[in-house]
Design a protein around this ligand. Structure first.
Ligand code: NAD
Length: 442
């Protein structure tokens, strides 16, 4: 079991994992439904199929990614050949959240394994059915001394964080992200933090309103709004508001019917704590659509809130649920007043046909990633880095980048012996001019 040095072994274990995920796919989908009624379609699109595709891509490319990479040498070192070796960090801890509990546990795990690490995964305690099937699949795919799942809540996290790790990969809230960063700092352990934020969605007067409404309703209410990159709030040009709200309502009804509670395509809030947190954000006098709820079912209808003040509860923190505030702007300084009130968001969306406006917004604001004229879809391109900036996270992953973040990149210069230029050696007398000329020339 030489997972550190034997690429073939890593590939074989990942193939076994692929086999087991495909074998147990129905059970994974059922577990996700039992945990918070995640619709099967969403479970396949955003969890099982996503992981399978990441796994296939990794298996296909692992040999190429793991190979020492030859880079162009510096003329100063002539004659030499220069390489970057990809060295596994060693022992990796992965702590996962509950909102995409399968995907956000398995994707970093696949990458950590592909890079040759030993892994401990702690899935979320809030999705016990999914965490149990994850543990079963991992047990069937890996030797326990290679990859292990440890289930539990904060106490278990605390115990794990008290140990020394070579890398920690965390996905979750900003508050817990800070706890992870502090624990990692004890041993100067490198980390990736995939966190959240308040993601703006700007709509200007040139936008295709109907299409914007459709794409926003999809991105906001998938997983009942419990998506780290869901649009958090709308900022729309004042004159477009009434029409846009009409389209939003039409699209919600089209997607989930007049009674979303009965829709098989609409998930539930994860638990009482989050249900109460979200309910406390809804000010009934501001609700223009939705607002219905059912405590027994952890249900909250897709809810539109009109022009809440920046001091209102819904504008204090990341919503992370099916409540969509619609704010208006008249000038760019109105936009700035709202966006600059919050930390750098994980995602940023603009609906506009005006290229200079979209470019200006993208250059002006710092954010993890985003889309023009759509929502969420930047997540799905393996060639794009996925991660936050500032409070929305540290580091980014997906595709080859995931392999790279779990590898230490070791620089090695192999110097040839057939030539040994005397220039760099002391005594330096009479050499300064020549070295300056050489450096200027380079
Ligand atoms: P969370 O931070 O509460 O929990 C995440 C993990 O940390 C869980 O495994 C949990 O057991 C553990 N944990 C909780 N409290 C802890 C503590 N005090 N000490 C140590 N470990 C602790 O997050 P969550 O509620 O599971 O997920 C929601 C948050 O995650 C949202 O803010 C969302 O934006 C963010 N998120 C980010 C991404 C991303 O890719 N950037 C993806 C999903 C969710």
């Amino acid at each position: 079991m030489d997972y550190k040095n034997d690429i073939k072994y890593r590939k074989e274990t990942l193939k076994k994992l692929l086999f087991n995920i495909q074998k147990y796919e129905d059970l994974i989908i059922k577990a996700l439904y039992d945990d918070f009624k995640k619709p099967a379609f969403e479970a396949v699109l955003t969890e099982t199929n996503y992981v399978i595709s990441e796994l296939k891509n990794t298996i296909k490319n692992i040999s190429k990614w793991a190979r020492p990479e030859r880079v162009f040498p510096s003329i100063l070192n002539f004659p030499s050949t220069d390489y970057i070796y990809k060295e596994p960090y060693g022992n990796v801890l992965i702590i996962a959240p509950w909102n995409y509990p399968f995907q956000l546990a398995l994707c970093p795990l696949i990458s950590a394994v592909s890079a040759g690490n030993k892994v401990v995964l702690k899935p979320s305690e809030l999705t016990p059915n999914t965490s149990t099937i994850i543990a079963k699949i991992i047990e069937k795919s890996f030797h326990i001394n290679h990859v292990e799942v440890i289930q539990g809540g904060i106490e278990v996290s605390d115990k794990l964080l008290a140990k020394r790790w070579d890398y920690i990969f965390f996905t979750g809230s900003v508050t817990v992200g800070k706890i992870i960063a502090k624990a990692a700092a004890e041993n100067l352990t490198p980390i990736t933090l995939e966190l959240g934020g308040k993601n703006p969605c700007i709509i200007d007067e040139t936008a295709d309103l109907k299409l914007a409404a459709k794409r926003i309703v999809w991105g906001k209410f998938i997983n009942a709004g419990q998506t780290c990159i869901a649009p958090d709030y709308i900022l729309i040009q004042k004159s477009m508001k009434i029409n846009f709200i009409t389209f939003l309502i039409e699209e919600i009804v089209q997607a989930y019917g007049k009674k979303p509670e009965k829709s098989p395509d609409y998930a539930r809030i994860i638990n009482t704590k989050n249900w109460l947190r979200l309910m406390s954000m809804i000010e009934p006098e501001k609700v223009i659509f939705g607002g219905e709820s059912n405590a027994n079912e952890f249900y909250i209808a897709p809810t539109l809130v009109e022009e809440p003040g920046l001091e209102s509860p819904v504008m204090q923190e990341e919503i992370f649920g099916p409540i969509l505030p619609v704010l208006i702007y008249e000038s760019e300084s109105d936009i700035d007043k709202v966006i600059s009130k919050y930390e750098k968001p994980l995602a940023f969306y603009i609906f506009s046909e005006n290229d200079s406006f979209t470019k200006k917004m993208i250059l002006k604001y710092s954010f993890g990633g985003g889309c023009i004229n759509d929502t969420l879809i930047h997540f799905s391109n393996k060639r794009l880095p996925f991660g936050g900036v500032g409070h929305s996270g540290i580091g980014a992953y997906h595709g080859k980048l995931s392999f790279d973040i779990f590898s230490h990149h070791k620089a090695v210069v192999k110097k040839a012996n057939w030539l040994d230029l005397p220039m760099r050696y002391a005594p330096y007398k009479d050499k300064l001019k020549s070295i300056k000329r050489l450096l200027d020339w380079m």
